[in-house]
Design a protein around this ligand. Structure first.
Ligand code: GTR
Length: 347
């Protein structure tokens, strides 16, 4: 008789396989239909319907980028490759989605490089604080060869990185007023789960509480955490600003987003289809960045209008000083990439 453990394993394998087939099965029938319609002898190109998991709502700038990407893929493949965008974490929270993409059960996703760092250590560099001076510095680096190679090297973790998307800068927001770095001491701050974030919070004297994004609103409401951190658009759309009404704008991290595809899916595609998908991803970037700019401003205006207390940090030097030792701790791991980031500084 099969042991319970083994049976669970088999069931899991069956579920995964059927999920993978679900992504492509209708495609085979489409392909067959095409073959019949166009007659024998002509080379048939397969059709596909893929899913793209997105944690943000339908009108959020990353979701708009995803949709633009899907539209361009469809255009470039004469409608043969259809990518359906599932917003609002319908397919799960980021970490669970990344696992599913690794297995090929979900084909595409847009995720933050924050949770991705637990799957591909190189991406942890983006969680190091104050490494980018501003948006221009960040994008100089993202468009350069080292950051592009990181996308390709995602294949070591069973993904193919297609493009970076903008995500602005993250700042702290809390239930109780915080107007200086010292006020954060002893507070429980929700972070995206990764090693670097945990060290960052200790460096600031706070304690890191990792949890999925979708749980943060309740945790703020019930006081399980004292605060969290994010960019203006997420602070706004998640409604965290209703519970954590004090924001201190230190912009500690610029953690870009990544559009990526499962290696399992990627390996099934023809070179021409891979090319079309890559091009579509790259062409969707300017649109996403434009949407980001608009929405970021709008989100900030809206939370200010809602009466949130905003403290601008005039002098970042004490913050940067406080995190220096933790950055040094990671220097050996990220030596080359940190040098490339330094070189990408705009004069
Ligand atoms: C947002 C990011 C999400 C998610 C979230 C979080 O800025 O776009 O993908 O990572 O932060 O804090 O979990």
């Amino acid at each position: 008789m099969m042991s319970k453990k083994r049976l669970t394993g088999v069931l899991a394998a069956v579920l995964i396989t059927s999920a993978m087939l679900a992504g492509c099965s209708s495609d085979n029938s489409d392909t067959n239909a095409n073959t019949e319609a166009s007659g024998a002898g002509e080379e048939q190109k397969p059709t596909y319907t893929f899913r793209l998991a997105e944690s943000h709502p339908a009108d959020y700038p990353t979701t708009l980028g995803d949709k633009k990407f899907a539209e361009l893929v469809s255009q470039k493949t004469d409608g043969r490759i259809k990518i359906e965008v599932f917003p609002s974490a319908q397919l799960g929270e980021e970490k669970a989605v990344i696992e599913q993409v690794q297995l090929g059960a979900i084909e595409f996703t847009r995720v933050s490089t924050g949770p991705l760092a637990e799957f591909n250590q190189a991406f942890g560099v983006f969680s190091l604080p104050y490494i980018f001076d501003n948006e221009e510095h960040e994008w100089n680096f993202l468009n350069g060869p080292e950051a592009q190679k990181m996308l390709e090297d995602l294949s070591d973790s069973k993904f193919m990185g297609l493009a970076y998307y903008d995500s602005g800068a993250r700042s702290f927001y809390t239930r109780k007023p915080v107007t200086s770095m010292d006020d954060l001491k002893g507070m429980k701050i929700r972070v995206i789960q990764n090693k670097v974030n945990i060290d960052l919070m200790s460096a600031l004297g706070a304690s890191a509480t990792p949890m999925p994004y979708g749980d943060v609103f309740n945790a703020l409401q019930t006081g399980v955490i004292d605060g969290a951190e994010n960019n203006w658009p997420s602070y706004f759309t998640s409604k965290h600003y209703e519970q954590a009404k004090h924001i201190i704008v230190d912009g500690h991290q610029r953690v870009p987003e990544v559009l990526m595809v499962s290696q399992v899916t990627w390996d099934k595609l023809s070179d021409a289809d891979k090319q079309a998908i890559k091009e579509a991803a790259v062409e969707s970037i300017p649109y996403q960045r434009e949407q980001w700019k608009k929405f970021e401003k709008d989100a900030e205006d809206q939370v200010r209008a809602a009466g949130v207390t905003v403290t601008e940090v005039g002098d970042l030097a004490p913050w940067q000083e406080a995190v220096k030792p933790m950055i040094e701790k990671y220097r050996a791991d990220y030596k080359d990439v940190l040098a490339a980031i330094e070189n990408a500084k705009t004069k």
